[in-house]
Design a protein around this ligand. Sequence first.
Ligand SMILES: C[S@@+](CC[C@H](N)C(=O)[O-])C[C@H]1O[C@@H](n2cnc3c(N)ncnc32)[C@H](O)[C@@H]1O
Length: 524
Amino acid sequence: MIGNLPRKFTEKMEKLLGGEYDKFMSSYDAQRVYGLRINRLKLGMEEWMRLSPFGSEARDIPWAEGGLYYKEGDRPGKHPHYHAGLYYIQEPSAMAPAELLDVKPGHRVLDLCAAPGGKSTQLAAKLQGKGVLVANDNARERTKALAKNIELAGVRNAVVLNEEPASLAPVFAEWFDRILVDAPCSGEGMFRKDESMIADWEKHSVERCSAMQRDIMRHAAAMLAPGGLLVYSTCTFSPEENEQQIADFLAEHPDFSVLPIPCRYGWAPGRADLVDKPSNLDEERLRGIEGTVRLWPHRIEGEGHFAALLRRGGEADRAERGGAIPIGGIRAAASVGQAERSALKRDSGRGGGRPNDRRAGKISGGKGGDGKPAGEEDPIAMWLRQAGQFVAASEALSGRMIAYGSKVYIQPEGLPSLDGLRVVRPGWYVGEAARGRIVPTQPLAMGLKREEALRSVNWSSDDLRTLRYLKGETLFAEETEIQSPSAVPAKGYVLVCADGFPIGWGKYDGGMIKNELPAGWRQA
Ligand SMILES: C[S@@+](CC[C@H](N)C(=O)[O-])C[C@H]1O[C@@H](n2cnc3c(N)ncnc32)[C@H](O)[C@@H]1O
Protein backbone atom coordinates (compact mmCIF):
# COMPACT_ATOMS: atom_id res chain seq x y z
CA MET A 1 0.00 0.00 0.00
CA ILE A 2 2.78 2.44 0.93
CA GLY A 3 4.26 2.00 -2.54
CA ASN A 4 1.00 3.25 -4.09
CA LEU A 5 0.98 6.55 -2.25
CA PRO A 6 1.78 9.54 -4.49
CA ARG A 7 5.24 10.97 -3.81
CA LYS A 8 3.84 14.50 -3.67
CA PHE A 9 1.60 13.28 -0.83
CA THR A 10 4.31 11.50 1.18
CA GLU A 11 6.66 14.49 0.93
CA LYS A 12 3.93 16.77 2.18
CA MET A 13 3.14 14.45 5.09
CA GLU A 14 6.79 14.20 6.09
CA LYS A 15 6.95 17.97 6.32
CA LEU A 16 3.70 18.07 8.28
CA LEU A 17 4.51 15.32 10.76
CA GLY A 18 8.25 15.61 11.36
CA GLY A 19 9.23 13.02 13.99
CA GLU A 20 5.87 11.22 13.76
CA TYR A 21 6.16 10.57 10.05
CA ASP A 22 7.49 6.99 10.33
CA LYS A 23 4.70 5.97 12.71
CA PHE A 24 2.17 7.55 10.37
CA MET A 25 3.57 5.64 7.39
CA SER A 26 3.56 2.34 9.23
CA SER A 27 -0.18 2.82 9.92
CA TYR A 28 -0.72 2.10 6.21
CA ASP A 29 0.43 -1.45 6.75
CA ALA A 30 -1.65 -1.91 9.90
CA GLN A 31 -4.98 -3.75 9.76
CA ARG A 32 -7.79 -1.29 9.18
CA VAL A 33 -10.62 -1.19 11.70
CA TYR A 34 -14.37 -1.57 11.12
CA GLY A 35 -17.17 0.29 12.85
CA LEU A 36 -20.92 0.29 13.20
CA ARG A 37 -23.20 2.55 15.17
CA ILE A 38 -26.29 1.35 17.00
CA ASN A 39 -29.42 3.20 15.89
CA ARG A 40 -30.62 4.80 19.10
CA LEU A 41 -33.94 5.62 17.44
CA LYS A 42 -34.69 1.90 17.58
CA LEU A 43 -32.86 0.43 20.54
CA GLY A 44 -30.19 0.86 23.17
CA MET A 45 -26.77 -0.72 23.42
CA GLU A 46 -27.78 -3.33 26.01
CA GLU A 47 -30.66 -4.63 23.95
CA TRP A 48 -28.48 -4.85 20.84
CA MET A 49 -25.76 -6.69 22.76
CA ARG A 50 -28.35 -9.18 23.91
CA LEU A 51 -29.81 -9.72 20.43
CA SER A 52 -26.76 -9.60 18.19
CA PRO A 53 -24.56 -12.64 17.41
CA PHE A 54 -21.47 -10.41 17.38
CA GLY A 55 -22.57 -8.06 20.15
CA SER A 56 -20.50 -9.67 22.89
CA GLU A 57 -17.21 -9.29 21.04
CA ALA A 58 -17.71 -5.75 19.76
CA ARG A 59 -15.61 -3.05 21.44
CA ASP A 60 -16.67 0.54 22.21
CA ILE A 61 -15.57 3.38 19.97
CA PRO A 62 -14.81 5.84 22.76
CA TRP A 63 -15.90 9.04 21.01
CA ALA A 64 -19.26 7.90 19.63
CA GLU A 65 -22.49 7.12 21.42
CA GLY A 66 -23.46 3.61 20.31
CA GLY A 67 -20.29 3.26 18.22
CA LEU A 68 -18.64 -0.18 18.16
CA TYR A 69 -15.65 -1.79 16.48
CA TYR A 70 -16.51 -5.13 14.90
CA LYS A 71 -14.31 -7.82 13.40
CA GLU A 72 -13.76 -8.05 9.66
CA GLY A 73 -15.43 -11.47 9.36
CA ASP A 74 -18.63 -10.47 11.17
CA ARG A 75 -20.32 -9.17 7.99
CA PRO A 76 -23.00 -7.12 9.79
CA GLY A 77 -24.34 -5.85 6.44
CA LYS A 78 -25.74 -9.35 5.76
CA HIS A 79 -27.62 -9.74 9.04
CA PRO A 80 -31.42 -9.16 9.27
CA HIS A 81 -30.72 -6.55 11.97
CA TYR A 82 -29.10 -4.44 9.26
CA HIS A 83 -32.33 -4.68 7.24
CA ALA A 84 -34.25 -3.69 10.36
CA GLY A 85 -32.15 -0.50 10.55
CA LEU A 86 -30.73 -1.41 13.96
CA TYR A 87 -27.27 -0.04 13.06
CA TYR A 88 -25.36 1.85 10.41
CA ILE A 89 -21.99 0.65 9.20
CA GLN A 90 -19.69 3.64 9.53
CA GLU A 91 -15.96 4.25 9.66
CA PRO A 92 -15.11 4.99 13.33
CA SER A 93 -13.48 8.42 12.83
CA ALA A 94 -16.44 9.48 10.68
CA MET A 95 -18.62 9.19 13.81
CA ALA A 96 -16.78 12.08 15.50
CA PRO A 97 -18.20 15.18 13.72
CA ALA A 98 -21.88 14.51 14.51
CA GLU A 99 -20.94 13.80 18.15
CA LEU A 100 -19.30 17.22 18.41
CA LEU A 101 -22.38 19.10 17.23
CA ASP A 102 -24.27 18.75 20.53
CA VAL A 103 -27.63 18.09 18.92
CA LYS A 104 -30.59 17.92 21.28
CA PRO A 105 -34.20 16.84 20.72
CA GLY A 106 -36.12 19.79 19.26
CA HIS A 107 -33.24 21.37 17.36
CA ARG A 108 -33.41 22.39 13.72
CA VAL A 109 -30.46 20.61 12.16
CA LEU A 110 -28.95 20.90 8.70
CA ASP A 111 -26.62 18.27 7.27
CA LEU A 112 -25.47 20.23 4.24
CA CYS A 113 -23.27 17.65 2.45
CA ALA A 114 -25.13 14.61 3.64
CA ALA A 115 -24.95 11.70 1.18
CA PRO A 116 -24.93 8.77 1.69
CA GLY A 117 -26.27 9.68 5.11
CA GLY A 118 -24.03 8.17 7.81
CA LYS A 119 -23.95 11.38 9.78
CA SER A 120 -27.58 12.24 8.97
CA THR A 121 -28.79 9.05 10.63
CA GLN A 122 -26.52 9.81 13.59
CA LEU A 123 -27.94 13.34 13.91
CA ALA A 124 -31.50 11.99 13.56
CA ALA A 125 -30.90 9.62 16.46
CA LYS A 126 -29.82 12.56 18.59
CA LEU A 127 -33.04 14.40 17.73
CA GLN A 128 -35.07 11.40 18.93
CA GLY A 129 -37.87 12.31 16.53
CA LYS A 130 -38.24 15.89 17.85
CA GLY A 131 -37.29 18.92 15.76
CA VAL A 132 -36.25 18.84 12.12
CA LEU A 133 -33.42 17.31 10.15
CA VAL A 134 -32.77 18.75 6.71
CA ALA A 135 -30.40 16.43 4.85
CA ASN A 136 -29.02 17.89 1.63
CA ASP A 137 -26.54 16.89 -1.03
CA ASN A 138 -25.94 18.54 -4.38
CA ALA A 139 -25.27 15.22 -6.18
CA ARG A 140 -28.61 13.93 -7.40
CA GLU A 141 -27.61 10.28 -7.73
CA ARG A 142 -26.20 10.26 -4.21
CA THR A 143 -29.43 11.59 -2.70
CA LYS A 144 -31.10 8.26 -3.54
CA ALA A 145 -28.85 6.40 -1.11
CA LEU A 146 -29.26 9.27 1.35
CA ALA A 147 -33.06 9.00 1.30
CA LYS A 148 -32.93 5.22 1.60
CA ASN A 149 -30.54 5.27 4.56
CA ILE A 150 -32.73 7.79 6.35
CA GLU A 151 -35.78 5.63 5.69
CA LEU A 152 -33.99 2.42 6.72
CA ALA A 153 -33.08 4.07 10.01
CA GLY A 154 -36.77 4.81 10.64
CA VAL A 155 -36.38 8.59 10.73
CA ARG A 156 -39.75 10.37 10.77
CA ASN A 157 -38.72 14.03 10.97
CA ALA A 158 -36.39 14.51 8.00
CA VAL A 159 -36.60 16.33 4.71
CA VAL A 160 -34.18 15.36 1.93
CA LEU A 161 -33.08 18.03 -0.52
CA ASN A 162 -30.85 18.03 -3.59
CA GLU A 163 -29.58 21.57 -3.75
CA GLU A 164 -26.64 23.87 -3.97
CA PRO A 165 -26.02 25.65 -0.66
CA ALA A 166 -26.51 29.00 -2.46
CA SER A 167 -30.13 28.04 -3.20
CA LEU A 168 -30.81 26.96 0.38
CA ALA A 169 -29.37 30.05 2.05
CA PRO A 170 -32.19 32.52 1.24
CA VAL A 171 -34.87 29.95 2.18
CA PHE A 172 -33.27 29.04 5.52
CA ALA A 173 -31.67 32.38 6.52
CA GLU A 174 -30.51 32.08 10.18
CA TRP A 175 -32.94 29.19 10.59
CA PHE A 176 -30.84 26.29 11.91
CA ASP A 177 -29.62 25.67 15.45
CA ARG A 178 -27.01 23.19 14.29
CA ILE A 179 -25.24 22.75 10.96
CA LEU A 180 -22.88 20.02 9.88
CA VAL A 181 -20.62 20.72 6.92
CA ASP A 182 -18.98 17.38 6.20
CA ALA A 183 -17.23 18.88 3.26
CA PRO A 184 -16.22 17.31 -0.04
CA CYS A 185 -12.45 17.05 0.23
CA SER A 186 -9.35 15.52 -1.30
CA GLY A 187 -9.85 12.43 0.90
CA GLU A 188 -6.23 11.91 1.98
CA GLY A 189 -7.43 10.38 5.25
CA MET A 190 -9.24 7.57 3.41
CA PHE A 191 -6.34 6.16 1.37
CA ARG A 192 -5.97 3.20 3.74
CA LYS A 193 -9.67 2.37 3.81
CA ASP A 194 -10.23 2.80 0.11
CA GLU A 195 -7.28 2.74 -2.28
CA SER A 196 -9.42 4.08 -5.12
CA MET A 197 -9.29 7.42 -3.29
CA ILE A 198 -5.64 7.66 -4.27
CA ALA A 199 -6.55 7.87 -7.95
CA ASP A 200 -9.16 10.53 -7.17
CA TRP A 201 -6.63 12.56 -5.24
CA GLU A 202 -4.94 13.99 -8.34
CA LYS A 203 -8.33 14.87 -9.84
CA HIS A 204 -9.79 16.48 -6.74
CA SER A 205 -6.90 18.79 -6.26
CA VAL A 206 -6.53 20.39 -2.90
CA GLU A 207 -6.98 23.83 -4.49
CA ARG A 208 -10.24 22.89 -6.16
CA CYS A 209 -11.63 21.37 -2.95
CA SER A 210 -10.58 24.40 -0.90
CA ALA A 211 -12.52 26.71 -3.21
CA MET A 212 -15.63 24.48 -2.95
CA GLN A 213 -15.34 24.33 0.82
CA ARG A 214 -15.06 28.10 1.12
CA ASP A 215 -18.20 28.57 -0.93
CA ILE A 216 -20.15 25.95 1.03
CA MET A 217 -19.08 27.46 4.36
CA ARG A 218 -20.10 30.96 3.32
CA HIS A 219 -23.66 29.80 2.68
CA ALA A 220 -23.71 27.57 5.75
CA ALA A 221 -22.83 30.60 7.90
CA ALA A 222 -25.84 32.49 6.54
CA MET A 223 -28.18 29.67 7.60
CA LEU A 224 -27.03 29.38 11.20
CA ALA A 225 -29.11 31.13 13.86
CA PRO A 226 -27.27 33.43 16.30
CA GLY A 227 -25.95 31.30 19.15
CA GLY A 228 -25.98 28.20 16.94
CA LEU A 229 -23.19 25.68 16.40
CA LEU A 230 -21.53 24.55 13.20
CA VAL A 231 -19.16 21.62 12.76
CA TYR A 232 -16.85 21.66 9.77
CA SER A 233 -15.21 18.32 9.02
CA THR A 234 -13.08 16.68 6.36
CA CYS A 235 -11.38 13.34 5.88
CA THR A 236 -8.16 14.87 4.66
CA PHE A 237 -4.84 15.94 6.17
CA SER A 238 -4.13 18.95 3.98
CA PRO A 239 -3.92 22.16 6.02
CA GLU A 240 -5.33 24.12 3.07
CA GLU A 241 -8.64 22.29 3.52
CA ASN A 242 -8.55 22.28 7.30
CA GLU A 243 -6.88 24.93 9.49
CA GLN A 244 -6.47 27.39 6.61
CA GLN A 245 -10.12 26.99 5.71
CA ILE A 246 -11.10 27.83 9.28
CA ALA A 247 -8.71 30.79 9.45
CA ASP A 248 -10.14 32.28 6.25
CA PHE A 249 -13.67 31.65 7.50
CA LEU A 250 -13.00 33.39 10.82
CA ALA A 251 -11.45 36.34 9.01
CA GLU A 252 -14.58 36.69 6.88
CA HIS A 253 -17.03 36.03 9.72
CA PRO A 254 -16.11 38.04 12.84
CA ASP A 255 -19.29 36.85 14.61
CA PHE A 256 -18.02 33.24 14.62
CA SER A 257 -15.46 31.75 16.99
CA VAL A 258 -13.82 28.37 17.49
CA LEU A 259 -15.06 26.40 20.49
CA PRO A 260 -12.11 24.31 21.66
CA ILE A 261 -12.56 20.55 21.36
CA PRO A 262 -10.81 18.67 24.18
CA CYS A 263 -8.07 16.39 22.85
CA ARG A 264 -9.22 13.10 24.34
CA TYR A 265 -9.00 9.62 22.84
CA GLY A 266 -5.63 10.31 21.19
CA TRP A 267 -6.97 13.19 19.12
CA ALA A 268 -4.40 15.88 18.29
CA PRO A 269 -4.89 19.65 18.31
CA GLY A 270 -5.25 21.60 15.07
CA ARG A 271 -2.11 23.26 13.72
CA ALA A 272 -2.33 27.06 13.80
CA ASP A 273 1.37 27.09 12.83
CA LEU A 274 0.44 25.81 9.35
CA VAL A 275 -1.86 28.73 8.61
CA ASP A 276 -1.03 31.55 6.27
CA LYS A 277 -2.55 34.23 8.51
CA PRO A 278 -5.19 36.42 6.85
CA SER A 279 -4.32 40.07 7.54
CA ASN A 280 -7.59 40.80 9.34
CA LEU A 281 -7.39 37.81 11.71
CA ASP A 282 -5.92 38.75 15.06
CA GLU A 283 -3.40 36.56 16.89
CA GLU A 284 -5.85 35.37 19.52
CA ARG A 285 -8.36 34.11 16.96
CA LEU A 286 -5.54 32.50 15.03
CA ARG A 287 -4.37 30.65 18.16
CA GLY A 288 -7.98 29.54 18.68
CA ILE A 289 -7.49 27.23 15.70
CA GLU A 290 -5.52 24.96 18.01
CA GLY A 291 -8.95 24.12 19.44
CA THR A 292 -9.80 22.21 16.26
CA VAL A 293 -8.86 18.51 16.12
CA ARG A 294 -6.95 16.14 13.89
CA LEU A 295 -7.61 12.43 14.06
CA TRP A 296 -4.44 10.67 12.94
CA PRO A 297 -4.55 6.97 12.00
CA HIS A 298 -1.31 6.25 13.88
CA ARG A 299 -2.71 7.72 17.11
CA ILE A 300 -6.23 6.30 17.15
CA GLU A 301 -8.15 3.29 15.87
CA GLY A 302 -9.71 5.00 12.86
CA GLU A 303 -8.92 6.81 9.64
CA GLY A 304 -7.74 10.40 9.19
CA HIS A 305 -10.14 13.23 9.96
CA PHE A 306 -10.27 16.90 10.86
CA ALA A 307 -13.05 18.71 12.74
CA ALA A 308 -13.71 22.26 13.88
CA LEU A 309 -16.55 23.35 16.16
CA LEU A 310 -17.69 26.93 15.53
CA ARG A 311 -20.20 29.04 17.38
CA ARG A 312 -22.02 31.99 15.99
CA GLY A 313 -22.23 34.89 18.44
CA GLY A 314 -25.63 35.98 19.70
CA GLU A 315 -28.28 34.67 22.01
CA ALA A 316 -28.12 31.20 23.49
CA ASP A 317 -29.63 28.62 21.25
CA ARG A 318 -33.29 27.68 21.16
CA ALA A 319 -33.05 24.39 23.07
CA GLU A 320 -31.19 26.10 25.92
CA ARG A 321 -33.92 28.77 26.07
CA GLY A 322 -36.40 26.02 26.83
CA GLY A 323 -37.03 24.20 23.60
CA ALA A 324 -39.11 27.01 22.13
CA ILE A 325 -39.12 25.42 18.73
CA PRO A 326 -42.54 25.29 17.09
CA ILE A 327 -42.42 21.57 16.47
CA GLY A 328 -46.12 21.17 16.86
CA GLY A 329 -46.90 24.76 15.92
CA ILE A 330 -49.72 25.62 13.62
CA ARG A 331 -48.61 26.46 10.15
CA ALA A 332 -51.04 27.69 7.58
CA ALA A 333 -51.56 25.08 4.91
CA ALA A 334 -49.92 26.07 1.64
CA SER A 335 -49.88 24.14 -1.56
CA VAL A 336 -46.67 22.55 -2.75
CA GLY A 337 -44.97 24.92 -5.21
CA GLN A 338 -44.23 24.32 -8.84
CA ALA A 339 -40.52 23.58 -8.43
CA GLU A 340 -41.16 21.26 -5.50
CA ARG A 341 -43.79 19.53 -7.58
CA SER A 342 -41.48 19.03 -10.51
CA ALA A 343 -38.68 17.74 -8.27
CA LEU A 344 -41.04 15.26 -6.68
CA LYS A 345 -42.30 14.33 -10.09
CA ARG A 346 -38.78 13.57 -11.24
CA ASP A 347 -38.12 11.62 -8.10
CA SER A 348 -41.26 9.57 -8.20
CA GLY A 349 -41.18 9.01 -11.91
CA ARG A 350 -44.91 9.63 -12.17
CA GLY A 351 -46.93 12.72 -12.72
CA GLY A 352 -50.56 13.64 -12.37
CA GLY A 353 -52.54 14.18 -9.25
CA ARG A 354 -53.03 17.27 -7.20
CA PRO A 355 -50.55 18.57 -4.64
CA ASN A 356 -52.21 19.22 -1.35
CA ASP A 357 -51.32 19.52 2.29
CA ARG A 358 -53.01 19.67 5.64
CA ARG A 359 -52.53 18.86 9.27
CA ALA A 360 -53.33 15.29 10.11
CA GLY A 361 -56.35 14.60 12.17
CA LYS A 362 -56.90 11.43 14.12
CA ILE A 363 -56.72 8.42 11.90
CA SER A 364 -59.93 6.49 11.93
CA GLY A 365 -60.11 2.77 12.34
CA GLY A 366 -62.55 0.56 10.51
CA LYS A 367 -62.56 -0.67 7.00
CA GLY A 368 -62.43 2.58 5.02
CA GLY A 369 -62.06 2.80 1.26
CA ASP A 370 -64.96 3.64 -0.97
CA GLY A 371 -63.70 1.94 -4.07
CA LYS A 372 -63.23 5.19 -6.04
CA PRO A 373 -60.41 5.04 -8.56
CA ALA A 374 -57.22 6.92 -7.61
CA GLY A 375 -57.16 10.48 -8.87
CA GLU A 376 -60.81 11.09 -8.05
CA GLU A 377 -60.22 11.40 -4.35
CA ASP A 378 -57.76 13.37 -2.30
CA PRO A 379 -55.04 10.92 -1.17
CA ILE A 380 -54.86 12.65 2.22
CA ALA A 381 -58.56 12.05 2.80
CA MET A 382 -58.02 8.45 1.76
CA TRP A 383 -55.08 8.15 4.12
CA LEU A 384 -57.05 9.58 7.02
CA ARG A 385 -59.86 7.16 6.44
CA GLN A 386 -57.83 4.07 5.66
CA ALA A 387 -54.62 4.27 7.69
CA GLY A 388 -56.46 2.64 10.58
CA GLN A 389 -56.34 -0.56 8.54
CA PHE A 390 -52.63 -0.94 9.20
CA VAL A 391 -51.66 1.57 11.90
CA ALA A 392 -52.95 1.20 15.45
CA ALA A 393 -51.44 4.30 17.05
CA SER A 394 -52.82 7.13 14.95
CA GLU A 395 -51.65 9.88 17.32
CA ALA A 396 -48.03 8.93 16.64
CA LEU A 397 -48.54 9.88 13.03
CA SER A 398 -49.97 13.34 13.50
CA GLY A 399 -48.25 16.18 11.68
CA ARG A 400 -48.49 18.19 8.52
CA MET A 401 -49.63 15.98 5.70
CA ILE A 402 -48.63 16.57 2.12
CA ALA A 403 -49.78 14.67 -0.92
CA TYR A 404 -48.07 14.85 -4.20
CA GLY A 405 -49.81 12.97 -6.91
CA SER A 406 -50.64 9.67 -5.30
CA LYS A 407 -47.95 9.87 -2.57
CA VAL A 408 -48.67 10.88 1.00
CA TYR A 409 -46.01 12.34 3.29
CA ILE A 410 -45.93 13.61 6.86
CA GLN A 411 -43.70 16.65 7.12
CA PRO A 412 -42.03 18.00 10.26
CA GLU A 413 -43.81 21.15 11.42
CA GLY A 414 -42.47 24.65 11.14
CA LEU A 415 -40.46 24.41 7.91
CA PRO A 416 -40.34 27.39 5.60
CA SER A 417 -41.85 26.89 2.15
CA LEU A 418 -39.70 24.60 0.01
CA ASP A 419 -41.03 26.21 -3.18
CA GLY A 420 -38.34 26.46 -5.81
CA LEU A 421 -36.08 23.82 -4.23
CA ARG A 422 -35.30 20.33 -5.54
CA VAL A 423 -37.05 18.19 -2.96
CA VAL A 424 -36.26 14.48 -2.82
CA ARG A 425 -38.44 13.74 0.22
CA PRO A 426 -40.68 16.49 1.66
CA GLY A 427 -41.13 14.40 4.80
CA TRP A 428 -41.82 10.86 5.95
CA TYR A 429 -43.24 8.94 2.99
CA VAL A 430 -46.09 6.96 4.52
CA GLY A 431 -48.59 5.91 1.89
CA GLU A 432 -49.49 5.73 -1.76
CA ALA A 433 -52.96 5.85 -3.27
CA ALA A 434 -53.55 3.12 -5.80
CA ARG A 435 -56.89 2.05 -7.27
CA GLY A 436 -58.94 3.69 -4.55
CA ARG A 437 -56.89 2.32 -1.67
CA ILE A 438 -53.92 3.51 0.36
CA VAL A 439 -50.92 1.19 0.24
CA PRO A 440 -48.62 1.52 3.27
CA THR A 441 -45.00 2.20 2.26
CA GLN A 442 -41.71 0.62 3.26
CA PRO A 443 -40.55 3.89 4.95
CA LEU A 444 -43.76 3.76 7.02
CA ALA A 445 -42.92 0.20 8.10
CA MET A 446 -39.36 1.18 9.02
CA GLY A 447 -40.47 4.24 11.02
CA LEU A 448 -43.09 2.38 13.07
CA LYS A 449 -42.61 0.53 16.29
CA ARG A 450 -44.06 -2.94 16.28
CA GLU A 451 -46.86 -1.99 18.67
CA GLU A 452 -47.92 0.91 16.43
CA ALA A 453 -49.01 -1.46 13.68
CA LEU A 454 -52.52 -2.87 13.70
CA ARG A 455 -51.22 -6.37 12.91
CA SER A 456 -47.74 -7.77 13.23
CA VAL A 457 -45.90 -11.03 12.97
CA ASN A 458 -42.58 -11.52 14.69
CA TRP A 459 -39.93 -14.06 13.83
CA SER A 460 -36.52 -14.46 15.28
CA SER A 461 -33.70 -13.06 13.13
CA ASP A 462 -32.32 -16.56 12.63
CA ASP A 463 -35.71 -18.04 11.67
CA LEU A 464 -35.48 -19.15 8.05
CA ARG A 465 -38.73 -17.30 7.35
CA THR A 466 -37.04 -13.97 8.17
CA LEU A 467 -34.34 -14.66 5.59
CA ARG A 468 -36.89 -15.81 3.04
CA TYR A 469 -39.03 -12.73 3.66
CA LEU A 470 -35.99 -10.53 3.03
CA LYS A 471 -35.45 -12.31 -0.26
CA GLY A 472 -39.00 -11.46 -1.32
CA GLU A 473 -40.68 -14.87 -0.92
CA THR A 474 -44.31 -15.55 -0.01
CA LEU A 475 -44.54 -17.28 3.39
CA PHE A 476 -46.90 -19.39 5.43
CA ALA A 477 -47.99 -18.41 8.95
CA GLU A 478 -50.54 -19.69 11.43
CA GLU A 479 -53.33 -17.27 12.22
CA THR A 480 -52.25 -17.44 15.86
CA GLU A 481 -48.91 -15.87 14.88
CA ILE A 482 -50.61 -12.68 13.67
CA GLN A 483 -50.77 -10.31 16.61
CA SER A 484 -53.54 -7.71 16.73
CA PRO A 485 -56.25 -6.41 19.07
CA SER A 486 -58.87 -9.12 19.63
CA ALA A 487 -61.63 -7.73 17.39
CA VAL A 488 -59.36 -7.23 14.38
CA PRO A 489 -59.45 -10.03 11.79
CA ALA A 490 -56.08 -11.53 10.86
CA LYS A 491 -56.63 -10.83 7.17
CA GLY A 492 -54.92 -7.63 5.98
CA TYR A 493 -51.62 -5.75 6.14
CA VAL A 494 -49.17 -7.21 8.65
CA LEU A 495 -45.97 -5.56 9.85
CA VAL A 496 -43.29 -8.24 9.52
CA CYS A 497 -40.71 -8.01 12.32
CA ALA A 498 -37.40 -9.66 13.11
CA ASP A 499 -36.59 -9.90 16.82
CA GLY A 500 -39.38 -7.36 17.38
CA PHE A 501 -38.18 -4.77 14.82
CA PRO A 502 -40.02 -4.03 11.56
CA ILE A 503 -38.49 -5.14 8.26
CA GLY A 504 -41.48 -4.53 5.96
CA TRP A 505 -45.12 -5.24 5.15
CA GLY A 506 -46.87 -8.43 4.21
CA LYS A 507 -50.52 -9.13 3.41
CA TYR A 508 -52.04 -11.97 5.38
CA ASP A 509 -54.82 -14.08 3.90
CA GLY A 510 -55.71 -17.70 4.53
CA GLY A 511 -52.44 -18.82 6.12
CA MET A 512 -50.21 -17.01 3.61
CA ILE A 513 -48.21 -13.80 3.91
CA LYS A 514 -47.84 -12.13 0.53
CA ASN A 515 -44.52 -10.34 0.47
CA GLU A 516 -44.83 -6.54 0.09
CA LEU A 517 -41.10 -5.78 0.34
CA PRO A 518 -40.17 -3.45 -2.58
CA ALA A 519 -37.55 -4.81 -4.97
CA GLY A 520 -34.87 -2.30 -3.93
CA TRP A 521 -35.18 -3.38 -0.29
CA ARG A 522 -34.73 -7.11 -0.80
CA GLN A 523 -31.60 -8.98 0.15
CA ALA A 524 -29.60 -10.08 -2.88
C1 LIG B 1 -17.65 13.59 2.65
S1 LIG B 1 -19.03 13.35 1.66
C2 LIG B 1 -20.34 13.36 2.84
C3 LIG B 1 -20.48 12.09 3.63
C4 LIG B 1 -21.71 12.13 4.51
N1 LIG B 1 -21.69 13.27 5.39
C5 LIG B 1 -21.87 10.88 5.35
O1 LIG B 1 -21.55 10.89 6.52
O2 LIG B 1 -22.38 9.87 4.82
C6 LIG B 1 -19.23 14.92 0.92
C7 LIG B 1 -20.52 15.10 0.15
O3 LIG B 1 -20.58 16.46 -0.27
C8 LIG B 1 -21.35 16.50 -1.46
N2 LIG B 1 -21.11 17.82 -2.06
C9 LIG B 1 -20.10 18.22 -2.87
N3 LIG B 1 -20.24 19.51 -3.20
C10 LIG B 1 -21.36 19.94 -2.57
C11 LIG B 1 -22.06 21.17 -2.53
N4 LIG B 1 -21.63 22.25 -3.20
N5 LIG B 1 -23.18 21.25 -1.80
C12 LIG B 1 -23.67 20.17 -1.13
N6 LIG B 1 -23.04 18.98 -1.14
C13 LIG B 1 -21.92 18.86 -1.85
C14 LIG B 1 -20.85 15.30 -2.22
O4 LIG B 1 -21.79 14.90 -3.19
C15 LIG B 1 -20.66 14.27 -1.11
O5 LIG B 1 -21.79 13.44 -1.01
